[in-house]
Design a protein. Sequence first.
Lengths: 571, 289
Amino acid sequence: MVTIKIGGPAGSGVMTVGTTIAKILKKSGLYVYTCTDHPSLIKGGHNQVMVYAENHKINSNIYRLDILVAIDETTITKHAQSIREGGALIYDSGAVKNLNIDRKDIHIVPVHLKGLAEEVGNKIYANTVALGAICGLLNTDEEITTNILKSTFQKKGDEIVKQNIEALKKGFDIAREKEFDTKVEKQEDNNRIMIDGNTALSYGAIKAGCKFISAYPMTPATSIMQTLAKNEMDYNIVVKQTEDEIAAVNMAIGAAFTGVRAMTATSGGGFALMSEALGMAALAEVPLVMVEVQRGGPSTGIPTYTAQDDLRFVMHASQGEFPRIVIAPGDAEECFYEGFNAFNLAEIYQTPVILVSDKELASAKTTIEKFNTDNLKINRGKLMSDEDMKSSVDFKRHLLTEDGISPRSVPGQPNGLHVGSSYEHDETGFTSEGAQNHIDHMDKRARKLDHIFDFVKGIEVYGEDEFDVQLIIWGSTKGACVDALPELEELGIKARIIQVKYVLPFPTQQFGDILDNDKPILILEHNKSGQLRGVIRENTGILLENFYGKYDSRPIYPEDVVEQVRKLLNK
Amino acid sequence: MADIKDFQEPTHTNTWCPGCGNFGILMSIQKAFAQLNLDPKDTVVVSGIGCNSKIPHYIKTYGFESIHGRALPVATGVKLANPDLNVVVCAGDGDACSIGSAHFLHTLRRNVNLCYIIHNNQIYALTKSQYSPTTEKGYVSPTTPHGSIEIPFNPLAVAVTAGSTFVARGYAGNIPQLTELIKKGINHHGVAVIEVLQPCVSWRKDKSFDFYKDILYDVADEKFDTTNRSNVLNFLLEHDIYDGKVATGIFYKEDKPTYSDELKIGDKSSVAKQDIESIDISPLLDSLE
């Protein structure tokens, strides 16, 4: 359908234009995917928003560029050559004095953004003029467009709304004259929602009854704490911004010890600081939910860009050996449902659950059907009720059981006194350095997860039963691969996607059953070394020879997937 | 009234050295709990790591022996999740003033309603006698064979500066006074910091019970003004624990709302006790455009 890129310095309103056009297209009944590309600074630099809209569900951005909106010269220099034949360049003729591009095959739409805005009354409407120009090219529905403007600006008063509508019209009228080949026809939007991965995950947590989050701001995880904070009054959530990530994770553990569902969220650097406490949660058998939203590493790395290079890190962080669950949701829906599940699993298995996301998944918005919450049931595992505890005798918090999971009392309950401890302990929680005791409790903790795949699905499969190639992926790479399927089909290639959603414990049995060793296999990851590839080899003995690792910190696009598959199959 | 026996845990073998200053602190805590008639099930003792931090295992309440330096954030999590619990935190001088010093500052400025007892023996005892952040300059230890170069950390002066609303010092060898300080610290509505001078009989024979016998006095006997923050700070800076007479007692007390009192939340009762069975998120989904 249409892709739009808006570029300009940070602070110039690029983001607002992007968000608003995305809303208009979504309201027009299209499926919209929108993401940002911005450096780590507040003002200046080069910010981009990409908005992609289709008549069908989309899960990623694409390289094709239909409309470029340039608020500054840099945007033209960087991206004008990428506009497709027949596409359009809208640029601010006030900011760009000499347009120096050689493209006779595109529509060129100069718009004096500030000048036109001032005609309306104030240069602050410049962004709305730009928005109007996009709407004009696409001939968006007037009612939808003005309604979105109204809802965006109604808080600022009728006059501001009126002037924004006028400003929009200025841009609209200029661009409308162009005979752009793509027009938006209004359709029913069927109450779909537009949501990013972090918001979806946060809503999953709220639905799961998470009432405590302690975290330290870190891109690209911060919006999780902010989303919970926004809802702290309505949903009774204690939101604690801490002095550092060490405090964040330890507070969450202290809170979880009292029986509240608690979480923390961070990125790689913060997770490093949380490593020691992660092991404590496992040893003390405290249910803890952690979110690690990856960005390009190592160290501070490329903090506002995406990557999948912390998988091994979250799998192995902290000293010693203990059970943990690592879940890698692949899209906003999975962020929601796995965000919910994580809290059940943490309480059922009384051990840390780590959700691994990434910048692209966390912040890109997709259009999806509203979440169905009917089947989401709270399961608190062996958490004892006050009633159970009244008659409890000789309670042992770390009782050696067949399934490795012990009954759990919390402070405030009678007959359940115990000390949560970072020391190895006996069944009561008292420190024990005995050799046999250590073996018994190591075994007890290890066997907790033996049967997890009786309850959760570790692997998801997409595509037809008949296939020519298998694509193995984890996390947000799912979007580009799913979106590549139709184009591959057009090339006569049937692909099957095997998504490893639960990485730890690894669903070895299921993976072995699904993988067809006789058909070509390609593993795609957003890292250099092939971290999942190593995990698969380690667990199954299978060496996946064809690995595509992208590590430029920009998302994998469907075109990349198609190219790699063609290369593999020589097609 | 509860009895001290209600808070003793006879089945857990105590591994402190005979004569350790921790015994006096343990007994003072148990006495304070008994005299305040606390319910063991509603009380949580949180510690870090070190000799002193074994203490939750010797007290019959709920407890948490966490990792080195992190007693305060764990305890903050406990208290903010369930403000109905009595939360007492025990930390050593290494825990409190070195590895956990960031948490020390920030917990105090938040005025979390808990009682923080710093067992200050001026030595890293469990790792066998290295100098600690509260050890005096020049001290010879295995990691400072030619004498330490740093000036010591002054926990109470820092506490006053960081915004603690209750600041006191006790002594492991004066159980009646320490019991009273702990009772007041627990009853204080806000964060209470109690530094306890603790003889280490194994590594600091120079700071034995004999050493402290004649040098301590209680500021309460001198009509000390516990309300003037800058005067208290000056006093604590000028009268440290290293020279001459050493002051004990309550130095500072202030009434202020606690963090939980001011928490921005719909329902201030314990979030740990709220029903989570059927949370309706449809308003959130409906608000998405």
